[in-house]
Design a binder for this molecule. Sequence first.
Ligand code: SF4
Length: 702
Amino acid sequence: MTPTAAVAATDTHCPYCSLQCGMRLAPGVDGSVEVLERPDFPVNRGALCGKGRSAPALLARDVRLTGPLLRDRPGGPLRSAGWPEALDRVAAGLARTRAEHGPDAVGVFGGGGLTNEKAYLLGKFARVVLGTANIDYNGRFCMSSAAAAHRRAFGLDRGLPFPLADIPHTGCLILVGGNPAETMPPAVRYLRELRENGGRLIVVDPRRTRTAELADLHLQPRPGGDLALALGLLHLVIAEGLVDREFIARRTSGYEAAREAAMAHWPDRVERITGVPAHRLREAVGMFGGAATGMVLTARGPEQQSKGTDTVGAWIDLCLATGKAGRPYSGYGCLTGQGNGQGGREHGQKADQLPGYRSIEDPAAREHVAAVWGVPAESIPGPGMSAYELLDGLGRPGGVRALLLAGSNPAVSAPNAGHVTERLRALDLLVVADLVLSETARLADVVLPVTQWAEEDGTTTNLEGRVILRRRALDPPEGVRSELWVMRELASRLGVSTGFPVEAEQAFEELRRASAGGDADYAGIGYDRIAAEDGVFWPCPTPDHPGTPRLFLDRFATPDGRARFAAVTHRPAGEEPDEAYPLYLTTGRVLAQYQSGAQTRRVAELNAAAPGPYVELHPRLAERLGIADGEPVAVTSRRGRAVAPARVTGAIRPDTVFMPFHWAGAGRANSLTNPALDPVSRMPEFKLCAVRVERAHQEVAP
Ligand code: SF4
């Protein structure tokens, strides 16, 4: 495939996951774009996975949108349109909805893949131009439970409080519900180096994944068992005298309540809840509790639950009780998922938040941001609905009736996706900005084609809190515009003629000012500095500040400087198996696809490697149900049904089936998932629900 314009040799970063691997784009043969390694970039040291290597395939005109599309009547076809007509239609529709139903009837839905500049201006656009409280983003579906637990314990949320390069130097790492061997393969090097240095690796996962294969110890709990498992380990740490009393006294608060909670989770009880034998719990405690340093990293497994915040809190309590936090080579961290999953949650596209990771309910924060925006503080709306609540309310009384959506594909990626698709169809106006005609864009009244990573400047913040710079390497196709340009044009049509720069660096300069003094303080970070230093870690309040690769070494970010124990107890998931739906379903990602697949399903070599959905089930379960490997299988939950070929494997528990969630159509895993929300983070319970599995006879997934 050939791109649309000549490429200049450019150092940049991968468009996909939160590792944000460094890469160089260079002219290839026949005008194509070639991906070269950047061995000097410290995060991935030249290594890339297949997704990163094949990313230029999406620059080709034949896989992407190259001009706006409009629908003239509900149910009618999308047709080509010019930008003025498309923008006029959007502006008129937004204005009409606002006039007829009030500003909160207009909504904005963003994405964790958007650059910091886009996320920042999207938040400003919602509050200043539209005047709506209702802006949220798909990152709510990703790391919000870890973020909530982080803030509760440490007073600050940054995915990793230390660089990845610290991992090989820790004594014992517990990785809970993450599979970097498939989701971010270059990061596996850190796990291998850890083991080469004599450190121990414990992986907690209901499936024996490629990452679990690398571990010294694999704990395989039932889905939803992570909270009880963490409490069982804490119980044993206390019982075996492995607590760090000096650390607890000097740097924490709330230990007694956590100790009492853990005492109710003795090994036999935890074995009954989780299915993990008590002797394995003791083995894990021996490794972790006995190590001088240790880390716990969580990913979506424990986080995407209706008790995700408490589950992460329990793992943090384990770190705190053993003195493994706020010290070199020790601590709790979260492996962020999306490319800008970290920065995307810091600068205002979240319903409860203003730039710099400020609370939208904090009067001082509102004053600060209002001054940067040049508006009265009282004009900034308060908190709005969280992502699933916003989607669930689309087109209903009191809900959003006109939605502007950027960088997200909820028709595939939202929980209970069949219902969410119905709600999207019920809107008076759906506007989608995307680079491809995603399943959600197909439902839109107006589709706006936007630029992508290699065609624009912009910053992202990787899972370490390292702010990095993507550079424009080539021109986009003629009919394609950046979201920054779209926002300026819409703002102007809606009566706001200033404050929406089109140049990313100008937007970043404003973001610096807006973030100054906040938790995620970018004030000292400029484009030139990022390029010169291979990224800068926030907080970085002044240009002469070195940045902060390691947080919490002297004090935690709570008012008294102490980390707070969560003191939580086990509770069941939102939905447990029963007679009608006797099995757990858990969902996740595969190596060659990314998130909703809107991009990677359009890349031939990735599609060849991972062509469609499947249902993983244990041989004993397959035998009991009379299902042969490769045979179509129907999976049914209380919300929907999905059909995909069986993949029979001993790597999964007999009481659990697994489906990857990258596909639409009959094999859409999110037709099944449960939108039960965590009460604190408002994270839906993607990671488990109750299902029934049976042979699907002649049905096949597309
Ligand atoms: S690991 Fe992530 S950032 Fe690195 S090349 Fe693969 S998808 Fe891109």
